[in-house]
Design a protein around this ligand. Structure first.
Ligand code: PLP
Length: 414
């Protein structure tokens, strides 16, 4: 690209005049490049993709049919703005039936989102002034933090450690950070650890938020995807509605990532502020999509069927990895298995040493044609997703067998 005065106009938040000039390669780009290189080196070979962060299947036919029907209704054609009552009411029913949260008022305590990512990108505008802190867990989904920084705020990272059940240690936060903190962002079932929260932890969060005057944003994008018991909503915690909001999404729970629809529910003031920011940012999701999503939220048995599939696959993957020496433990939810990365590998007369999970992930794609996502933020771990492509249970078993066969040629050192 030739030099242009436009280069000097970029805001500091995206790199200022150096925007676009960095040669650093980000993690997901590294994975993409390694996949392309592995395919080029082994034309026609099967790459097993355990790196994907979205469902392998389509939305259920009844939801697609509902969209088609709603798309044909003239009254749905225009700007949706902050939405009509349909999704708001379905959200309140969903929270009561699925999450055990009674009495959410659809008209004042729910507003739709164009997916949780969009909601996470808007909420910082409602809370963060320059110099304010957001408390966020790491490893984790970074979107809220990126926008906190855009507004001149700071992010204090709370590591998620196996020794603590992948729950953050709220007592570890320095007093000065706490004093300047406006938001605590949590996500359970968690990406990438697969951990779920406990009612005791959420009760502690409510007390912590009240005491320190902090807003809680609970990202429940994987809410329904649990492998035992009922989904646990932050909003079911006594006092939660006084301190925070919860973000739900049709993306993962109903195989609807591309549809871009979810909702924000909980504290009325926070919901109103979110709605105001949203109203100044977008004109709402297409009502036909909102109505189809409402149909999905009214049919939680869809999520239960999806979760049962992931649970079956997860059980198989855990068994395969344990057989290869990994300390794999079946998570309680999400579709991610988070396992400690090996420090070395021995096989076919060779020995490899790994400095971090990033190197293991690169090695797995290069040597085994298995794609994973590395996380080095709080120990060296790999994230393996059970949303790999397999059209039925027999194909799943074949893929799992193939993973076992490829890894089984190597002895791993931990
Ligand atoms: C933790 C977490 N939050 C939010 C999202 C975004 O979800 P949505 O499709 O609803 O924007 C994802 C997607 O990967 C995620 O992992």
């Amino acid at each position: 690209m030739s030099d242009s005065y436009l280069q000097n106009l970029f805001a500091e938040r995206i790199g200022g005049r150096d925007y676009g000039k960095s040669t650093a390669i980000y993690k997901f780009e590294m994975i993409k490049r390694a996949k392309r290189a592995a395919l080029a080196a082994h034309p026609g070979a099967e790459i097993i993709d355990l790196g994907v962060g979205e469902p392998d299947e389509m939305a259920y036919p009844e939801v697609v049919a509902k969209l088609a029907q709603e798309a044909g209704r003239p009254e749905n054609r225009g700007y949706a703005d902050n939405g009509d009552d349909v999704l708001k009411e379905a959200a309140a029913r969903y929270l009561e039936r699925v999450c055990g949260v009674p009495g959410i008022r659809p008209e004042s305590e729910v507003v739709h989102s164009i997916g949780s990512k969009a909601a996470l990108s808007l909420l910082p505008a409602a809370l963060i002034n320059p110099g304010d802190y957001a408390l966020m867990t790491t490893p984790g989904y970074p979107v809220f933090g990126s926008h906190v920084r855009y507004y001149g705020g700071l992010v204090h990272q709370l590591p998620l450690l196996e020794s603590n059940g992948f729950l953050p240690d709220l007592d570890s936060i320095p007093a000065e950070v706490l004093r300047r903190s406006k938001a605590l962002v949590l996500n359970y079932p968690n990406n990438p650890t697969g951990a779920v929260a406990t009612p005791e932890f959420f009760a502690r969060v409510v007390g912590f938020a009240r005491k320190n005057r902090i807003a809680v944003v609970h990202d429940a994008a994987y809410a329904g995807l649990v492998f035992e018991g009922k989904p646990l909503s932050f909003l079911a915690t006594p006092g939660a509605r006084e301190v925070g909001v919860e973000l739900h999404s049709a993306s993962k729970s109903f195989n609807m990532t591309g549809w871009r629809c979810g909702f924000v529910a909980g504290n009325e003031r926070l919901v109103r502020a979110y709605a105001d920011i949203k109203d100044n940012s977008d004109s709402g999701q297409f009502l036909a999509i909102q109505h189809a999503a409402a149909h999905a939220f009214d049919h939680p048995e869809i999520t239960e069927a999806i979760a049962a599939k992931y649970s079956r696959r997860m059980g198989g993957l855990v068994e395969v990895l344990q057989g290869c020496g990994f300390a794999a433990v079946k998570p309680k939810g999400s579709f991610f298995l988070y396992v400690k990365a090996p420090r070395g590998a021995v096989g076919q007369g060779r020995h490899w040493e790994f400095k971090n999970a990033e190197e293991v992930s690169q090695w797995l794609i290069t040597e085994k044609l298995i794609s994973t996502v590395p996380w080095d933020e709080a120990g060296a771990y790999l994230r393996l997703s059970v949303t790999f492509a397999a059209r039925d249970a027999a194909e799943e078993r074949r893929v799992l067998g193939e993973i076992g066969a490829r890894l089984g040629e190597t002895a791993f050192e931990f």
